[in-house]
Write a new protein. Structure first.
Length: 212
């Protein structure tokens, strides 16, 4: 494929721009540090297998599994947010991602679509000095497929000129539901998830983006 033929790129964040899928897993485990080791493994596996799904769905589920009263939900959400922001900011960039965003070598339109809460992702992007790289930024609670649909409609984009760059099933499904191309960023945490799904375009990083 040739990435430069697409005028519009929809980006996921965790696992695509930043190698932050695993650090978010660490944040979930830190939140439930006192529970049984088998339950920790269950939480970790669920998070990694459901990357792209909001914490507002995951944490209530994990509270159920840990038999913790739901009245504690707000406290757990607040604690997770405080812990995860610094972890994400300090996590490694996917190789070449920051350079691609800042250079924008093909003068494309960049749109960010993520499950991270809106105010949080805006704060993170500003700290990373890439906030201005995006024409639009959509975080939770809006679902990814709806965010893509809204961006396409509001900006009168041609679907054949759009591609979603993601690493999770929510990203893939958002591209399918909106009839646009999909580029998968492969890593060790999603290898099994996409093993039986036919994906035309796959990359590991941005080092040789001229060849993407």
């Amino acid at each position: 494929m040739s990435l430069k033929k697409y005028k519009n790129i929809f980006w996921d964040f965790d696992g695509v721009l930043k190698d932050s899928v695993e650090v978010k897993s660490e944040a979930f485990l830190n939140l439930f540090h006192g529970i049984d080791i088998n339950l920790k493994k269950k939480i970790e596996d669920h998070h990694l297998n459901n990357s792209g799904i909001s914490r507002y769905k995951k944490i209530p589920l994990y509270l159920d599994w840990a038999e913790i009263d739901k009245s504690q939900l707000t406290n757990y959400l607040d604690a997770f947010e405080k812990d995860v922001i610094s972890r994400v900011i300090e996590s490694n960039w996917v190789m070449g991602a920051r350079e691609y965003l800042r250079l924008n070598p093909y003068q494309q339109n960049f749109f960010l679509v993520t499950a991270t809460p809106q105010t949080e992702i805006e704060f993170i992007l500003k700290k990373l000095n890439i906030f201005d790289a995006f024409s639009s930024i959509f975080g939770s609670p809006i679902e990814k497929s709806l965010a893509v649909k809204k961006i396409i409609f509001d900006n009168k984009l041609l679907k054949r000129e759009c591609i979603f760059f993601g690493d999770a099933l929510t990203d893939y499904n958002a591209s399918l539901e909106n009839g646009i191309s999909f580029l998968l960023r492969m890593h060790r945490h999603n290898k099994d998830i996409f093993e039986n799904i036919s994906i035309d375009y796959k990359v590991k990083d941005f080092i040789n983006y001229e060849q993407i």
